[in-house]
Design a protein around this ligand. Structure first.
Ligand SMILES: Cc1cc2nc3c(=O)[nH]c(=O)nc-3n(C[C@H](O)[C@H](O)[C@H](O)COP(=O)(O)OP(=O)(O)OC[C@H]3O[C@@H](n4cnc5c(N)ncnc54)[C@H](O)[C@@H]3O)c2cc1C
Length: 404
């Protein structure tokens, strides 16, 4: 498929391969074991311009668009061992940088984008709460006006980059009676009075991407912290999810390609019963299935890039891609572990980590069950979920698919 890509995107692929096999080379086994964020890798990626890829040139980005960024993430996922680092980069981009670029005022962009784009600042995304996960617009964090600022109260959980982030995009309701229309987004610096970042969570996978919680206890932010207008929170969240669901999965596509190549090499090399194990049909079938999953996943994520770059909505395509690619990544990792036998089960074998990393993809950016709910709704089927919208009607987000 790469020969279908324009010349500039193929050049970017080769740039990303050089980054991944140079400054980002090496094993992530120890960082995974110790759950350590790779600050040096972050800086190397930032210096190589990865954090600026999809952002408009007018605000300091490279203006390469989403398809190019997706292909870049595929390439990094193929060649860089640390999927945690790539996840942290994606969380920063889609849940921090893009909302500020798209919904921010000129002053907000001027304040935050330079640091977020050169990597000196890291962004986190506070939407999920202990009692509001899939039902994201049932969130309980409140925001009320206080003079010329705002007071935020609530708890956020599972914030990717939380323990290392400098700034958060936090979602809160200014008026619970308005449902989704009462949600607003705020830019909250980590040193805002009343903000407590809680300890890193001990996750199964993506362990080098630290996640934590936020406690907002009478947390005071300036009037300029409001991102967009009051009531724009749902639209901001949807925008970030639409981009994220496609692009964050691209790294798993790259990883599936690596697994396939390594699994082929392994089953050709490993002999049992005097023959390469790849000659046994049930082993070969797993390899064939890995190839099928890779070849059906790649076009789905790239299609989102093409649609967004053409200025079109991709809510349905993003949900389909998220669902298919995350399931494919888990199954591909399982197959890779299985064909490698006991070697695949060892930490040093890498594919067991791929499996743990891939499991998260079925949950983050909205669980796969919720992607199915969303796809069914976007296909026009009636929904059994209670609406979170106010009587006035749909939000400015332009339709269904609010689930986190
Ligand atoms: C690696 C990782 C990173 C994350 N990063 C962030 C982040 O940066 N910021 C952030 O805000 N959140 C983040 N999250 C949280 C994530 O968005 C939530 O975990 C997710 O939305 C699900 O919420 P929950 O965990 O509370 O599960 P629940 O909503 O409690 O769901 C539990 C189970 O019930 C199912 N379920 C619930 N409702 C329905 C329904 N109506 N129909 C069918 N099934 C249903 C779910 O699919 C799931 O299987 C992250 C999660 C992970 C794993």
């Amino acid at each position: 498929m790469n020969h279908d890509l324009p010349e500039d995107i193929r050049a970017l692929q080769s740039e990303m391969r050089t980054l991944a096999t140079g400054p980002l080379a090496g094993s992530a086994i120890e960082r995974d074991r110790d759950a350590v964020f790779w600050a040096e890798g972050w800086r190397a990626a930032a210096e190589a311009g990865v954090l600026r890829l999809p952002v408009a040139t007018g605000v300091g980005g490279r203006g390469l668009g989403l398809l190019a960024t997706i292909v870049a993430m595929e390439t990094l996922g193929r060649h860089c061992d640390d999927l945690g680092l790539l996840f942290a980069i994606n969380a920063h981009l889609w849940a921090g940088v893009i909302p500020i670029e798209r919904f921010g005022t000129e002053a907000q962009r001027a304040t935050w984008l330079p640091g977020l784009l050169d990597g000196s600042l890291i962004a986190g995304h506070g939407a999920t709460e202990p009692e509001a996960g899939s039902d994201i617009f049932g969130l309980r964090t409140t925001a009320r006006r206080d003079g010329d600022g705002w007071i935020l109260d609530g708890v956020k959980s599972f914030v990717a980059n939380g323990p290392v982030a400098d700034v958060f995009v936090v979602y809160a309701t200014t008026d619970p009676s308005k449902g989704e229309l009462g949600v607003a987004a705020f830019i909250v610096p980590k040193d805002a009075p009343g903000l407590v970042v809680t300890d890193p969570l001990d996750k199964a996978g993506l362990r080098s991407a630290p996640s934590g919680g936020l406690r907002l206890e009478r947390c005071r932010v300036d009037a300029e912290a409001l991102l967009g207008r009051e009531g724009d929170g749902a639209a901001c969240f949807q925008c970030s999810m639409e981009w994220e669901r496609g692009a964050i999965l691209a790294m798993h596509v790259g990883r599936m390609e690596r697994q396939l190549q390594e699994a082929i090499a392994f089953v050709r090399r490993r002999t049992q019963f005097g023959r390469p194990i790849g000659s046994f049909q049930s082993v070969a079938n797993r390899i064939v299935d890995m190839k099928l999953r890779l070849d059906t996943s790649r076009p789905l994520v790239r299609r989102i890039g093409e649609l967004k770059d053409a200025g079109r909505q991709a809510m349905l395509e993003a949900a389909v891609a998220k669902l298919h690619v995350s399931e494919a990544a888990v199954q591909s990792s399982l197959d890779a572990v299985q064909v490698m036998g006991s070697r695949g089960y060892l930490r040093e074998g890498v594919v067991e980590r791929d499996l743990r990393d891939a499991l998260g993809a079925r949950i983050y950016s909205g669980t796969n069950e919720m992607q199915r709910v969303m796809i069914a709704r976007l296909l026009g089927l009636p929904s059994s979920l209670p609406t979170r919208r106010a009587a006035a009607g749909d939000s400015a987000s332009g339709g269904p698919g609010a689930e986190a």
